[in-house]
Write a protein that binds this ligand. Structure first.
Ligand SMILES: Cc1cc2nc3c(=O)[nH]c(=O)nc-3n(C[C@H](O)[C@H](O)[C@H](O)COP(=O)(O)O)c2cc1C
Length: 435
């Protein structure tokens, strides 16, 4: 039997988190990060995961509803967490478009040292001009070039990580020699994106290089991940889609000369636990309605239609006008595809199932994959893993910071009883946990 891998997504930068719930806590205070990370560590998860938003999204000039309203710096948070956790991996999403390889390589090497080998990098390539306006060069990179820059970025970062020979630190105190410069290779790279001739300021961390994750679903994104990633983060959450995705990624890894087992697939997964099937279903329905309020449903349609739809009733039928094609109504958000085709699909589904605007949005943005008792959820997750739909899950709780408590208390022990999940951390580093 394959073992199940679990990771914990800190809520935010998504449409899942319900900040308005009376049980929702701060998304900025350190206590929230500590609670979620320690809960995941209590559950023996592979890693704690931070998504990244380099600019807060705006919808019609406002920061809207479920979107995160404050995002501390990833490295600062993970470094602080390294001090209050022992074994869990600490993975952060860092963009290759707006950063520099030297800085990122140095930050991850530092985190790997501070955490004793627990650093992970989720590589993303978002290049939109709205986000880029926060940086010196704005939206300088063509969307088509995002992965060629990422490729060069990782190549240079690896050169920095590999540049210190293992015996470069001599610590020959008697002779006043601590580091031997002859054992540190100069990093040289010349390409369309980077011209670097430099030196790493510290040796590689215990893992040599951080664990690399990749999120991005285009053909180039998958090819890039298959070449470089230790794990893929994906939204292909259903059984059939997960099987297709996993086969594709592992096939690409094998074609690139890698052992397909070396690359783990982690879909994002949400869950709703109840004492009975009925209680779980009722709770799931309640959460969905919290996640998609009437105004949220309208805002979501406005993203597709590119128009002010505030005059429409969320409990009424879909707009009968066509999308405008204007995509500027929402800034900083991943697009939904061709608006006219999406609108047609939505209308067809609403007509077939007799759905109001709000019901349609609830249906098309449905993210509750695992709903049931702890035993049912354990069974279902195992079914996915054994059927090669994935190797494990990055759990996305809808509440911070207590959203994982019940899962760790109720589902993890069942997975352990069935021999599907570790009963203690056997390795020291994040890479050890992934294997
Ligand atoms: C599951 C998943 C999670 C992602 N998380 C982030 C994120 O936290 N921050 C970000 O800037 N981009 C994120 N992205 C965007 C992608 O990483 C990528 O940069 C973008 O989709 C362009 O690549 P693509 O065309 O290959 O999809 C995510 C994408 C996926 C599929």
């Amino acid at each position: 039997m394959k073992q199940i891998h679990l990771a914990a997504h800190f809520p935010g930068v998504n449409n899942t988190t319900v900040w308005a719930d009376p049980d929702a806590g701060s998304q900025i205070e350190f206590d929230s990060f500590v609670h979620l990370a320690r809960t995941a560590e209590r559950g023996l998860f592979d890693f704690f995961f931070l998504a990244e938003g380099l600019r807060l999204r705006e919808h019609r000039g406002r920061i809207y509803d479920l979107d995160v309203v404050g995002r501390p710096d990833t490295f600062t948070v993970l470094a602080a967490l390294a001090g209050v956790t022992e074994r869990i991996g600490l993975t952060g999403t860092i963009n290759t478009t707006f950063n520099e390889p030297f800085e990122v390589a140095r930050q991850f090497a530092s985190l790997d040292h501070l955490s004793d080998g627990r650093a992970g990098w989720n590589i993303v390539t978002s290049s939109d001009a709205f986000t880029g306006a926060n940086f010196r060069r704005g939206g300088f990179l063509d969307h088509a070039d995002r992965y060629s820059r990422a490729e060069e970025f990782v190549t240079v970062a690896r050169k920095f990580w590999d540049s210190w020979a293992p015996d470069a630190v001599l610590a020959d105190v008697d002779n006043g020699i601590y580091v031997d410069p002859a054992r540190i290779r100069t990093v040289e790279h010349s390409g369309p994106q980077f011209n670097v001739r430099g030196m790493a300021t510290l040796p590689a961390g215990p893992q040599g290089r951080p664990v690399l994750l990749q999120a991005g679903d285009s053909d180039e994104g998958r090819a890039f991940g298959a070449r470089h990633a230790d794990a893929m983060f994906t939204l292909h959450g259903s059984l059939a889609a997960g099987q297709r995705y996993t086969a594709d990624i592992k096939g690409r890894a094998a074609a690139a000369g890698r052992n397909p087992n070396e690359i783990k697939v982690f879909p994002a997964a949400t869950f709703v636990l109840g004492d009975t099937v009925e209680a779980a279903a009722e709770k799931a329905e309640h959460i969905r309605r919290q996640q998609v309020s009437g105004p949220t449903a309208i805002a979501m349609l406005e993203q597709v239609w590119g128009r002010d739809l505030s005059a429409y009733d969320p409990d009424g039928p879909l707009p009968d006008i066509e999308p405008s094609g204007d995509t500027s109504i929402t800034q900083g958000r991943v697009r939904h595809g061709d608006p006219v085709a999406v609108a047609r699909r939505y209308r067809e589904r609403a007509a077939a199932e007799n759905l109001s605007i709000r019901e349609l949005v609830i249906a098309v943005t449905s993210r509750q994959q695992f709903v049931g008792t702890a035993a049912q959820i354990a069974d279902e997750m195992n079914r996915y893993v054994q059927a090669d739909a994935c190797d494990g899950f990055i759990l996305v709780p809808h509440l911070t910071p207590h959203g994982l408590d019940d899962f760790v208390d109720q589902v993890v022990p069942l997975l352990q009883e069935r021999g599907l999940y570790r009963t203690e951390y056997t390795g020291r580093t994040l890479r050890d946990h992934l294997w």
